[in-house]
Design a protein around this ligand. Sequence first.
Ligand code: OGA
Ligand code: FE
Length: 283
Amino acid sequence: MATAAHDFSGLTLLHNVEGTLNFIDRSGPKPVNYMYAAPEGIPQRSGNYDKHAVTIYDMRPLLGEVSLDREGFAVVRQESAVQNFYDSAEVVARYYPEVERLVREHTGAQKVHVFDHNVRNRSMAGRRESGVFGPIKFAHNDYTLKSGPQRVRDLLPDEAETLLKNRFAVVNLWRPIRGPVEESPLAVCDGRSMRQSDFVEQDLIYRDRKGEVYAVAYSPDHRWFYVGAQRKDEVLLLKCYDSDPHVTRFTAHSAFEDPTSPAGASPRESIEVRTLVFFPPLR
Ligand code: OGA
Ligand code: FE
């Protein structure tokens, strides 16, 4: 007898994959990345990277269970009213308020400040002035112990010292613009499987400022996850900084080549928005 009785409501079956991720070789000097054409004689990107094959588990059965403070990531269903995510003005006017509300409700924060976004589509990236980028295939986390609070001081200078007295976090919201994702999905690493020493500081040099991110060193202990065939109403929240040392503070993440992508898969299209999350004072 056929066993087709299950209704997966359009969901795909569990789909764990073997992926290859790029990790920093921690023995080298502090890696430096230029975010514009590097000056004569200086490499655009320094640091040695090694490829490691890892199992990336489909978190679909865990969607309601994973959490920002434990694993470092969570998945929330949200439709967006945005018509065109490639229109930056529309994203700021319509999507930022949706994001602000979602993050405030999800985290119980007192104040959420949405400050940045990137749109990714390999087939449009590199066209001058498109403002569109390709996927990032290096394991990293967007902020460090130092650059997290620095971002608050840069963006909210008048309030920063007051805001920094209480718990604060940086949370990214990542969603497909078109779904389901067929290639280059985003993998995230369970924070409980990482040690602080797996995070290696890396400088980002912009024309007007210096940022710092973490490159990630390989460990066989890491447990990697992704959302199989992620849909556009499935928002992945990831914690990129937390001032609270008792919860997961950073989330290693990386796009990866999915060996099971169909031939002729359409390029992944996604948007990530960065937010500063301020919690109420503890009483
Ligand atoms: C991010 C990020 C990479 C990608 O959202 O912070 O690193 O390929 N994204 O989408
Ligand atoms: Fe990132």
